[in-house]
Write a protein that binds this ligand. Structure first.
Ligand code: T46
Length: 153
C-alpha cells in the first residue's frame, strides 16, 4: 500500500498530495525554504506545530478535519501517514526525508504512526487551532463523506 502518488477523493480538487521540495544544496549542506501561496503551500500559513519525542509504537491522529489544509514534513527521522479518503481509499505515505511533504486538504481521516525515535513531524496549517474543525468520531466522518459524495453528484 506504500506509494507516493496523487490520491483523489470524489471532489475535483486533490485532497492528499505527496510533494517533493527542491533543496538549495552546496558543499555546506542542504536548505529547503517553504513559502505560503505557492504550489507547495497553497494557503496562508496561520499556525506551525511539531510532534516529537513520540512513544514507541504510538499511533496519533485518528481524526479528520472539516476545512483545514496542512502540509506535513518529517524534518528529522521518519514516520508514516495513513490517509483514508471520503471514497474509502486508503493510502500510506512514508515521510523519511526533509525534502518530502504531504499536503492534506479537508475531509481526510488520518493516522500518524511508525515514528522513528528521532522523528520530528513539522506541520504548517492554514488555520488557527480550533477543536470545532476536528471530526474525531469515525461514524461522523463516514456520515460527512456520504454527504460530500451526495453533494458532488
Ligand atoms: C493533525 C495531525 C497531523 C493545541 O493546543 N494546538 C494545536 O495547534 C494542536 C495541533 C494541538 N493542540 C493540543 C490539543 C491536544 O490537547 O495538543 C494536544 C494534542 O493534539 P492531538 O491529540 O489532536 O494531536 P495529534 O497528533 O493526534 O494530531 C495533530 C493535529 O491535532 C491534527 O490537526 O492533523 O497532528
Amino acid at each position: 500500500m506504500q506509494q507516493n502518488v496523487l490520491s483523489k477523493g470524489p471532489a475535483i480538487i486533490p485532497k492528499v498530495q505527496a510533494i517533493s521540495f527542491a533543496a538549495h544544496g552546496d558543499d555546506r549542506g542542504q536548505l529547503i525554504a517553504l513559502e505560503d501561496f505557492t504550489d507547495k503551500v497553497p494557503f496562508s500559513i496561520k499556525r506551525v506545530y511539531y510532534i516529537y519525542d513520540t512513544t514507541p509504537g504510538t499511533v496519533r491522529g485518528n481524526h479528520a478535519h472539516r476545512e483545514l489544509k496542512q502540509l506535513l514534513v518529517c524534518i528529522s527521522g521518519a514516520c508514516t501517514i495513513l490517509c483514508e479518503m471520503p471514497d474509502g481509499a486508503k493510502t500510506e505515505y512514508r515521510l523519511d526525508w526533509p525534502d518530502k511533504g504531504l499536503l492534506i486538504e479537508g475531509l481526510v481521516w488520518r493516522q500518524m504512526k511508525e515514528f522513528s525515535k528521532d522523528a520530528v513531524l513539522l506541520v504548517l496549517a492554514s488555520e488557527h487551532y480550533t477543536e470545532a474543525d476536528y471530526v474525531r468520531d469515525y461514524s461522523e466522518f463516514l456520515r460527512l463523506c456520504n454527504e460530500e459524495r451526495e453533494g458532488n453528484k
